[in-house]
Design a protein. Sequence first.
Length: 291
Amino acid sequence: MAVTVKECLELQLLEVEMLLSMFPKRGEFSLDADAVPSIQRYLRNADAALPPQLEYRIALHVGEAEVKVELQVLLPHMYPQVAPQLFARSDALHRQQQLQLNTRLASHISSLDSGDLCVCEAVQWVKDNSLPFLENSKASSECASEQVRVKEMLHRMWIYSHHIYRQELRKKIFDCAKKLNLTGFCLTGKPGVICVEGLQENCDEFWRVIRYPNWKHISCKHVENIETEGSIDNLRLFHSFEDLQFQAHGDYGLRNDYHMDLGQFLEFLKQHQSGHIFQILFGVEGKLSDN
């Protein structure tokens, strides 16, 4: 007998209850406030549109040093009939070690019986298996610190969206950028433009987070990589993550369908040595009007 979406969502809520009992302390289990209520509303009226995919984060503390490892979880509507999307990350891990940890985690989850809830199993696996990766990371860091100069890479991503309006989306963008130590800006309105700069693994993580669960009409238009033997902070074009809102044209009604003044945006780009990006984003060469 085929399992329905409703049955899968009911199981997902049961697993969330178990996880909340396992991680009751503030900051251990992070879940959007409307995530569970939106599923509950759907379960009461299955003819309604599907709720957003369930997404949450679990903070784990590993080893005697209590190193933080965060397990990020995104559940397809048909989980546990299909595999969840899991990603373990830690500031104490280098990119390659983080990749190896997640490859091992994915292999373990794929070995489990299909149709069984497995996030609790993933939590236990990460707690039991992260320590060797963390110890290797510490040894690698100590070895690297003995070198006279270490090369670093500044990664800069230019992201284009048809529009950016919703407050909850903007909050997600700013919270994520702050958490990952990224500088740049978010241009609100129509079109929407985001620039983030920092370490590549942090930029990649930002891109992964804001695209899910399902942001349509968004693309990464251009990427810049600049290598330095000093600090990447010396290469940043932006000193913080800015909220850009220029003079707008259009309907200020309920639709919020307004276009940003791209002339002001071009001027802003030129002030930050990025005027060439205008043509990459919009396909036309930017020109400032004479005053």
